[in-house]
Design a protein around this ligand. Structure first.
Ligand code: ATP
Ligand code: MG
Length: 567
């Protein structure tokens, strides 16, 4: 492609609103342009990269036995009402009306549409399992669209759905998809981890997220220093291997702690460690009021509370609610002498506290020498806290460390959630109607593009891995007005294309400095500069990744490129 004939609007300045490198560089190098918050155009170079990512995804999906289809982005509200998600999805679902005042959703995901297609077309167990996928634009009115393509309101997703007559069949396809996902992200050259995103199951059998490791990731991955264990920190189970102090149990003592509000302040004031303190918080678990205890140095994980109660909404109780339920201010809460009607649950670590400190349900007072089994009743001790760095890995091997990750893929065993809600059944061997068992598998294709840039860039611009580069070779005549240089550059452009390389040819009448800066910004793997030595049929070959340069004769060029570029 001649640069004069395409659109690559590069910018020298960093756009003011672009916080992360991928956003800055994709804008500056002319790959994308913002339409409005969270909505982007992919300019010619951007479109090429997207296509490369799509092609890899397609190949691996096809290899995994999934068949591609394309479903509508605009979907009748009735479908979403049938599944119940019209009411539960919330404001993220973009809704609109047609001229007849009929309601529609713009697809945030496609479980509803695919379930109706398969429900209507598949009648017998003989046609199962079946896996279908599409690569298509999704719409989500995200609360905080940000970081460019990483969290958009309109974005490209590959979504696959599988349908089964048995759990074993789902397990099998899930594993195949797991492998396909690992292949995809490996081929894209990404440093990633497949992490358990499932709350209960230690083996993480039911859902995995694929995380690209990156400082700017919104998710935290908890991984073992020794084993392959990796989980989303929100979901990582904590292995209870606490030890009880051996000291004598002492008498409960109420003491004044004026103006000491936080756990740290109280611990300092009483000269104890925060791990000797009990943190007491009131929660609204759906409509139920629950008191939750954790050790002072631990954080309550509300997802674990949610799972414990199988609740839909878990929120910290407001000061007024605490006052109503317990008759005391929120800052002085403690587990001793609470109304017996109130349920108290505690994280497993609390049981091991000896002579601890807890709030006295009275402004400015705490109890010392608190001993859980003696001083209050707990309905249940269980895992309710976030895992911490330094904790033992839940599989017992190594300790936990944290890394930040960008979620690029998610695979999930749905079970019968949609087939039951929408009546998707098949006839089994005995002619009995059974609900289909489903799995779903997503990849954020446009997010992947940004994640690649996060991992592959330097101070001068993007450094595309071979697998997704928009073109392989950038040909640049230093002086386009010089006939010999322009002539050789043009000739090389033709020959390289004939040899099967994809080539971007900078035929613009720009200063060399501008062309080189643009070239680094755009980030193709190879730059060929045609300069003064054009007369001797010699050009300069530069590798974007290493910066290595060599002078090379035109005759040797194609051979060298063939040896070094994976085609
Ligand atoms: P997140 O937690 O980041 O919001 P999600 O759990 O909502 O993601 P899924 O519904 O599992 O995501 O969607 C499948 C994939 O689509 C995700 O793994 C991610 O790569 C991508 N994705 C989700 N939301 C966005 C978005 N707003 N912009 C770009 N890609 C997205
Ligand atoms: Mg989301």
């Amino acid at each position: 492609m001649k640069q004069s004939m395409t659109l690559i609007p590069t910018l020298r300045e960093v756009p003011a609103d672009a916080e992360v490198k991928s956003h800055q560089l994709l804008i500056r190098a002319g790959y994308i342009r913002q339409n409005t918050s969270g909505i982007y155009s992919f300019l010619p170079l951007g479109k090429k990269v997207l296509k490369k990512v799509e092609d890899i995804v397609r190949e691996e999906m096809d290899n995994a036995g999934a068949a591609e289809l394309l479903m509508p982005a605009m979907q009748a509200a009735e479908l979403w009402q049938e599944s119940g998600r019209w009411y539960s999805y919330g404001p993220e679902l973009m809704r609109l009306k047609d001229r007849h005042n009929r309601e529609f959703a713009l697809g945030a995901t496609h479980e509803e549409v695919i379930t109706t297609i398969v429900r209507d077309e598949i009648k017998s167990y003989k046609k199962l399992p079946l896996t279908l996928y599409q690569i298509q634009t999704k719409f989500r009115d995200e609360k905080r669209p940000r970081f460019g393509l990483l969290r958009g309101r309109e974005f490209l997703m590959k979504d696959a759905y599988s349908f089964h007559a048995s759990q074993e069949s789902l397990d099998e396809v899930y594993n195949i998809m797991f492998t396909a996902y690992s292949n995809i992200f490996t081929r894209l050259g990404l440093d990633f981890r497949a992490v358990i995103a499932d709350s209960g199951a230690m083996g993480g059998k039911d859902t995995h997220e694929f995380m690209v490791l990156s400082e700017i990731g919104e998710d935290t991955v908890a991984y073992s220093t020794k084993s392959g264990f990796a989980a989303n920190v929100e979901m990582a189970p904590v292995m209870a291997n606490y030890e009880r102090k051996t000291e004598q149990i002492k008498d409960l003592e109420k003491i004044a702690t004026p103006n000491q509000k936080t756990i740290e302040e109280v611990a300092d004031f009483l000269d104890v460690s925060s791990s000797d303190c009990i943190k007491t918080l009131g929660f609204k678990v759906d409509d139920k009021f629950v008191v939750v205890l954790v050790r002072g140095d631990h954080e309550i994980n509300d997802i674990k509370i949610k799972n414990l109660y199988q609740a839909s909404v878990v929120d910290l109780a407001s000061p007024q609610e605490v006052k109503e339920q317990l008759g005391c201010p929120i800052g002085s809460l403690g587990p001793i002498n609470l109304p017996t009607s109130v349920e108290i649950v505690a994280d497993a670590a609390v049981e091991y506290i000896v002579n601890g400190v807890a709030g006295a349900n009275e402004e400015g007072f705490h109890y010392k020498n608190v001993n859980p089994s003696r001083d209050f009743n707990i309905s249940q001790y269980c895992d309710l806290r976030f895992i911490k760095e330094g904790d033992m890995s839940p599989d017992g091997e190594g300790v936990i460390q944290f890394a930040k990750g960008i979620e690029v893929g998610h695979i999930f065993k749905l079970g019968k959630r949609y087939s039951e809600a929408m009546g998707a059944t098949y006839l089994d061997e005995n002619g009995r109607a059974q609900h289909m068992i489903m799995g779903c598998y997503g990849i954020g294709v446009s997010r992947v593009m940004a994640a690649i840039v996060e991992q592959f860039h330097d101070d001068n611009g993007i450094v595309w891995p071979d697998a997704v580069t928009p073109y392989q070779v950038h040909v640049i005549p230093v002086n386009a007005k010089n006939d010999v240089q322009a002539g050789l550059a043009e000739k090389l452009y033709g020959e390289l294309k004939d040899a099967g390389f994809s080539v971007l040819y900078d035929d613009r009448q720009e200063r060399p400095g501008v062309k080189f800066a643009d070239s680094d910004l755009i980030g193709l793997p190879v730059r060929i500069t045609v300069g003064k030595k054009a007369e001797e049929n010699v050009v300069e070959l530069k590798w974007r990744k290493t910066g290595d340069m060599e002078e090379i004769s035109v005759e040797q060029l194609i051979q060298t490129l063939r040896r070094n570029i994976v085609q």
